[in-house]
Write a protein that binds this ligand. Structure first.
Ligand SMILES: [Zn+2]
Length: 268
């Protein structure tokens, strides 16, 4: 079985210097390739550095480059140029994480919207897919995407946690959907159980979002409470259950989808 974790925050300090061990466990669990999420310009540089340092083969680790909506206030005169430089590196496969988070509003909404548009313009210019974050901002995201969608190659709404109407609106825009261990959360994720069945094959990808979102159905629970990419198998199991698919079938089509989306090589 081969899986691809399309979103892991490997630069997060909670992984400190144990990256190699985390990756070994992921590979052993069948997670063959990982896309490291960049959430700031510095963080995107660090993600790329980790890819190069930890994967000499150039086949397993890739990254994104962008600024998370929480940090949209950090956008400055250098940001577009530095992101453009990163996005021209062969390991960097998507623009993002970028988007709108009206749940926590860590940056003012007009600034989030401006910075999202800067990312979308880069994606159009460089013909790269987009890794989108959206929380409580479905309508605004659609309004902004409307002007760009025809010129974008592809975009994924990562860590989808919304309701049916939001899901259908994204599928109508021909977007991809990323599902995390949120679906394993009995307190806030059960609405996703019937919804994941509605995502067509070729549009669905899996992600750990580690070290966040430890799947709450995981047994035994790790003592440190930290999520890691090896536990993507638990997300796979839960999504397969609710789609009425075998884990092998879901692994096969979600991996093929991710490989196509990010343009990743096959691994032996
Ligand atoms: Zn996110």
């Amino acid at each position: 079985m081969q899986l691809i974790d399309i979103g892991v925050n490997l630069t997060n300090p909670s992984f400190d210097e144990r990256h190699q061990a985390v990756l070994e466990r992921a590979y052993a669990a069948g997670v063959q390739q990982l896309v490291l999420t960049g959430t700031s310009v510095d963080g995107s540089e660090q993600a790329l550095e980790l890819c190069v340092k930890l994967d000499e083969s150039g086949q397993r680790l890739f990254s994104t480059a962008g600024i998370h909506p929480h940090s949209a206030s950090d956008w400055n005169g250098d940001s577009a140029q530095r992101l453009r430089g990163l996005l021209s590196e062969p390991r960097v496969r998507a623009v993002g994480e970028c988007g709108l988070d009206f749940n926590r509003d860590f940056s003012p909404r007009p600034q989030q919207e401006k910075v999202l548009e800067e990312h979308l313009a880069l994606a159009v210019e460089l013909k790269l897919p987009v890794f989108l974050h959206e929380r409580d901002a479905n309508q605004r995201l659609l309004e902004i995407l409307k002007d760009y969608r025809d010129h974008l190659t592809a975009a994924v709404v990562h860590c989808f946690t919304g309701e049916q109407q939001a899901l259908f609106s994204y599928l109508d825009f021909d977007l991809h959907i990323g599902i995390t261990g949120w679906i394993c959360d009995e307190r806030r994720g059960t609405h996703l159980h019937p919804l994941v069945r509605e995502i067509p094959r070729g549009r669905l990808m899996l992600e750990s979002d580690a070290p966040y979102l430890l799947p709450r159905t995981l047994r035994p629970k790790p003592k440190n409470g930290r999520n890691e990419p090896a536990y993507l198998v638990e997300v796979l199991r839960e999504v397969a259950l609710h789609r009425h698919e075998s884990v092998e079938d879901l692994a096969q089509h979600s991996t093929a989808c991710a490989r196509r989306f990010f343009g990743l090589p096959s691994v032996d």
